[in-house]
Design a protein around this ligand. Sequence first.
Ligand SMILES: [Zn+2]
Length: 300
Amino acid sequence: MEEWIIDKINEKGKMSKEEILNEINQRKKQFPELTEDAILRMLATENGIIPIKRDYKINEINQRINHVNLSAKIKRKFPPRTVTVKGREARVMNFVVEDETGEIPVVTWNENYIDKIMGSKDGENISIANAYSKENPFNGMIELNLGSGSAISVNSNTIQKKEETKTEYKKIRDIKDGETADINGFITRLFSDDIYLIRCNICKKKVDVECDIHKDKALSKTLRIRGILDDGVYSSSITFFDRQADALLKLSQSQEIKDKLNDISFGLYQVDVNAKMNKFNDNYSLTARKIGKTEYSLEA
Ligand SMILES: [Zn+2]
């Protein structure tokens, strides 16, 4: 399993490492088709962590990794060499960077980067964005490669991380057909009937109990909870599938879904939800893509 995701969840202070591992084991019983890693990623998402690692320390770069951001110092430079590749001359340069955890060789074929590095002094700070690492086939060492999608910045920290943008919520009536938007509102009703969508995987049709042709050979059952989302101005029907339903109801900690839904239909959920709009005439219909913060309270 990816330890760093466990650490991240743990850093958020919500769950201890032991609790995380217990939760994974519990969900494993509930979702036997998922790997432990997938469940861990699900947990991370629920805890507001985007489980994609980008920022690395040098000692963590020990295999092929496609997206590496690194802050380090230039330790040593080797003069660029001119080599002939497929009949054309090109320059390639090697240099070594270090941070508090170690050092790693870097390779670049990019003329601009070669000039930038040549113009730098040893000991200067370097920020590298979107490099990739791989094993050098000749010496077996892991090196960092600066490709066409990479960026470097020497002696400054000008490669800025994307600023976290504040969510802008849209009103239901302003969301166009086919648009995906963030909405903040209340779930005023959840329907406890018909909570599974059953499909025949061979003919891809929705079926009630089983497929006329294929019987129960290839049925898939998807959790689908429908409700009404109200933003204070308009309301719309909204559907939560699988993980979104799970996130909404925190099913994993739960009693039976039906009981839970019956309890909840007396309460109010305040949610931040990213959803896709489908409008048919004047009927609004949303499909939840991602659930942010939820707050559940019983109606006064
Ligand atoms: Zn069928």
